[in-house]
Design a protein around this ligand. Sequence first.
Ligand code: SF4
Ligand code: SF4
Length: 396
Amino acid sequence: MPTERTPVIIDIKGLQVLVDVLIEQGNEVFGPQVIDDVIAIRPLTSVDQLPAGWTDDQGAGRYRLHNDHSHGRFGYAVGPQAWKPLLHEPTLHTLSMTQSHAADPVEVHVTATRKGRRAFLGVRPCELEAIVRLDTVLLRGPNVDRAYRSARSDLMLIVVNCTVPASTCFCTAMNTGPRVSENVTIHDLEITELVNEHDGGPRYVVTPASRQGAEILDVLGSRTSTVAMTNQDALDIEAGFRRAESSIERHVDTKELHDVMIASSENALWAELADRCLACGNCTAVCPTCFCTSVNEITDLSGTTTERWRHWDSCFSLEFSRVGNAPVRSSVASRYRHWLTHKLGTWHDQFDESGCVGCGRCITWCPVGIDLTAEIPALRTAALSGGDSRPASGDQ
Ligand code: SF4
Ligand code: SF4
């Protein structure tokens, strides 16, 4: 029987039992799957739905999946979606208001928040850190987001450590991966996939990280064969993490990065970036920590009912900064500057942490391949020299 923080090892059949147990306990389970040629998060009932053998080739403005026919189910880095849409919905009906006659009171019906237990299987360490950041903004601040609060309640978070980072990842620079940090405590189970092509199928080292996680492992132990981790397994895991860390190509020097960003407000680089940036907002849509929304109210033709909708917005949109008759940030340069300065600078002032977890999605899904890891050295150089010189940069 597992005890707190004691890992056990299961095989792929045991992983199916884990999914079965989660479902039997009333959870809707979500996990990674290949959908439309990307790794996406969808409801999951069988381990056969996991992306067996699939791995991702990512670069600036580039994403391709290919199947190397390995036995692994988690041999990719991250897909475009993250878990954000399940916690902070892209489009949300928040309330309706009805007034049949001018003399009548306005009836306000607030939309019910979601209910029901869920389990997210396959959360990457950087994605878990992103959920910590969303929690900080939407749960722990003075204005709790009721929709987010309901999405975060009755939720089991099952982390699968990353052993095959993409070339766009820089989690090691942001201290968010490739294995889950001991400082993060919001998850329930931590899993590491062990793939040895000579030994047959994959094995999963499962470590409880919460009381609920330990209880799930107790049930799992009574339903399938689990084995204790050996010294060799521990050595294999450490070697796998060292390989993963050493394969990470991109890096960001975070030393005094907040000050560098604040000192960069007049840098000529912003105008240069604006020549390339399409202001499409892809980077904010895929970013697991971007949380901004706008609210629209739509009144029907009779004028008796108004529906209020909330939808994701982006600081790259011209309308997002409209105050009165004009946007505050009318140029693309000012909008890019705002986004990156908030991520890496003023987020620290607001929330005492970085707004970037180094997942690399904004690099992969930028249609023109803008790469923040290539731009930061230029900002740093200019901030230190007082000029706007920038070194050569490019996809690595
Ligand atoms: S800014 Fe880019 S790398 Fe950082 S968390 Fe957002 S999408 Fe990931
Ligand atoms: S994804 Fe690229 S082009 Fe689109 S707004 Fe972001 S930086 Fe600009």
